[in-house]
Ligand binder design. Structure first.
Ligand SMILES: [Zn+2]
Length: 496
């Protein structure tokens, strides 16, 4: 049986044990992006929050049916396509590809399904038809079809908002067509502009409103009731409130989703945006500068429900922390492969401590993740382990005997890689990627660095220690750390 996972349910406003409809299976729907531009850092936070969730559910033995949609029919897409003189569906198809590239580069587990609105018009029309038939929706004088919020007494259950509060804000013409200001469009009548995407419907030509797509696609792939619905906290109202209303009224029963999970806001901390990284906020721009795991670590260190102030300063700090994790992983792999298999009782105190910590790690790590996906606590356990590896690594004698100590340490790193996607690379590949990206960001070529390293090696051969030291200092000032070993010198970019 899968382990007891507990999660915060926005609907009940409490932490609840996860009880899925079918034992061992989870149906999960996460609202995807409206594809009219490249994904930014706010999208990355939402996507990574649910990536940790999916990875942990899978690790805990669940078969996860994970659906995340692409909103490829929307007013913003139509407006952007018009600006660029291109076809809206071609524009959205281009950004769907870009999004998939970005998310793959972040190491996101691919959803089971990634449906698009344009491919599910039939499902949408079917659901709207049911709503009209049952008196929950009406065609207004302006040609739009609206959901009548007053027909659903439970409206407001997710957000806690009351209908009486929803009296202001809309444009007057739209307002006049509705029976209640909070009524929302299920179907928008075509404006007559031939460049807009449109489909025929029993209510005339037009296109779906935003909310109905998620209800229709979730129903298509996950059924009338499914386990977990996720998205950003900004979607609670009106998007998710409207999804519940139209799904439960359309299908005639509830709950639509048993658990509602929402990730907190990401805000830009403008004061802490470093000069070297500038104000880059698009995922692909950030990934040109740092490996994707730096973002995983930065976001994972804050619980998914908490607000997260993002800054490049924070990103660079996370990269430095990631560098320490990889150094420890490198030590662990090296000692595990080359150290002598000395019994644990004979490896000294740092070895014994490390061994005990590593053996206990999986239970601590899983307990943190079972507790509402507490990645921050799971990562804190990882750093406890990293510090113990370093203490042990400083003790050269013990290190030489430490192959048995490192067995559970290597297993612990694999667990973190599997569930958090952190320290998932070979250490050398990580150091190389940092080298290449940080050099490029600093506008330096590896050849210049290699030339300085070679000059320093020549000075050392010639026993010109002053020159060798001067060159080391020059490299150090450029952020390059030289490590001398019996077979020559290697280097890394210092992360700070
Ligand atoms: Zn949605």
């Amino acid at each position: 049986m899968p382990a007891p996972i507990r999660l915060y349910n926005t609907l009940s406003r409490t932490i609840e044990p996860l009880e899925t409809r079918e034992p061992g299976k989870v149906g999960l729907y996460v609202c995807g992006m409206t594809v009219y531009d490249f994904c930014h850092i706010g999208h990355a936070r939402a996507m990574l929050a649910f990536d940790f969730v999916v990875r942990h559910l899978v690790h805990r033995g669940y078969d996860v049916n994970f659906v995340r949609n692409h909103t490829d029919v929307d007013d913003k897409i139509i407006a952007r396509a018009k600006e660029r003189g291109t076809d809206p569906l071609a524009l959205s198809a281009f950004f769907v590809n870009a999004l998939e590239e970005d998310l793959a580069a972040l190491g996101l587990v691919a959803p089971t399904r990634t449906p698009k609105v344009s491919e599910h018009i039939g499902d949408i029309l079917d659901l709207i038809g049911k709503l009209v038939e049952k008196g929950h929706a009406y065609k207004a004088d302006n040609g739009d079809v609206y959901f009548a919020v007053e027909s659903y007494p439970a409206y407001g259950q997710l957000s806690g908002k009351k209908l009486d509060d929803q009296r202001a804000g809309e444009r007057v013409a739209v307002e006049a067509a509705k029976r209640h200001p909070a009524d929302f469009a299920l179907w928008k009548a075509a404006s007559g502009d031939p460049t807009e995407p449109g489909w025929d419907s029993p209510w005339g030509r037009g296109r779906p409103g935003w909310h109905i797509e998620c209800s229709a696609m979730a129903r298509h792939y996950l059924g009338d009731t499914f386990d977990i619905h996720g998205g950003g906290i900004d979607l609670v109202f009106p998007h998710h409130e409207n999804e519940i209303a139209q799904s439960e009224c359309g299908t005639g029963h509830g709950p639509y989703a048993r658990y509602w999970m929402h990730n907190g806001h990401l805000t830009l901390d403008k004061e802490k945006m470093s000069k070297s990284l500038g104000n880059v906020v698009k995922i692909r721009e950030i990934l040109r500068e740092v490996p994707g795991e730096a973002l995983r670590l930065l976001f994972g260190e804050t619980h998914y429900r908490s607000p997260l102030p993002y800054s490049t300063e924070g990103l660079v700090r996370a990269l430095g922390a990631l560098d320490r994790i990889y150094s420890a992983k490198e030590t662990a792999l090296e000692v595990a492969a080359k150290g002598a298999p000395t019994p644990i009782e004979q490896v000294g105190d740092p070895g014994k401590e490390l061994y005990a910590l590593a053996v206990a790690f999986p239970a601590h790590f899983d307990a943190a993740m079972d507790d509402d996906f507490n990645t921050a606590e799971a990562i804190a356990h990882l750093f406890d382990l990293v510090r113990a590896v370093n203490r042990f690594g400083n003790d050269k004698k013990a290190r030489a005997k430490g192959a048995l100590v490192m067995g559970p340490v290597v297993t612990a790193f694999s667990l973190a890689a599997n569930v958090l996607g952190i320290a998932a690379m070979e250490p050398q590949a990580f150091f190389d990627e940092v080298k290449q990206k940080r050099l490029a960001a600093a506008g330096k070529s590896p050849d210049t660095v290699e030339a300085l390293i070679a000059a320093r090696a020549a000075a050392r051969v010639a026993k010109d220690w002053a020159e060798a030291d001067r060159l080391r200092a020059e490299l150090d000032a450029e952020g390059i750390v030289v490590m001398d070993n019996p077979t020559g010198s290697t280097w890394r970019m210092r992360v700070e």
